[in-house]
Design a protein around this ligand. Sequence first.
Ligand code: HEM
Length: 164
Amino acid sequence: MNALSLIAQNAGFLPTRGSIMIDFVAAAMFGIILVLAVSIYLVRYRRMYQVHKWIQIITGVVLLVAVTAFEVDVRFFTDWEALAQPSSFSSGTVHGLLYFHLLFAIPTPLLWIYVIWHGITKFPNPAQPSPYSQTHIFWARLAAIGMLLTAITGWVFYYAAFVA
Ligand code: HEM
């Protein structure tokens, strides 16, 4: 990797070594977590079932598109290991943090697809409480916690690889 291509790759918008897609996903996770918190507040305390349903479907689709773009970027275009090279953490630590992040980042989207699909097919339309509620609440809470842990472990990895 020569210096010029390292600079070209390093064109993220945060003052770090992240590429534009890596910066975008790291920043977008703030938005996703915020919107998720609002969506759960609205369904739990305001009984806005239909609004909750559409917020979850839209954020689910946005996440799917963003994660696909991110995967294509990191697998084919951006050599993230070169960008992480100057980190003050060892390569072993950075890779360990990545694997810890993947522990949450891989199952969580699968859980989201499951929760959204069953939500659409098993709740009445328009959405409202039903005998399916208890099952949804169990898996949906797990899906929400999984997303929060994906974001937190992702930021920790981002810090170690591209900031420190
Ligand atoms: C990954 C996507 C989703 C997540 C993370 C999620 C999260 C949640 C959570 C945490 C609750 C329980 C709030 C509480 O503690 O009382 C809830 C309730 C509910 N959700 Fe979702 N949800 C998702 C998708 C959907 C979809 C697609 C529908 C479509 C119909 C839906 C319909 C409902 C309804 C009707 C309730 C109220 C259940 C009741 O209180 O009886 N959710 N959701």
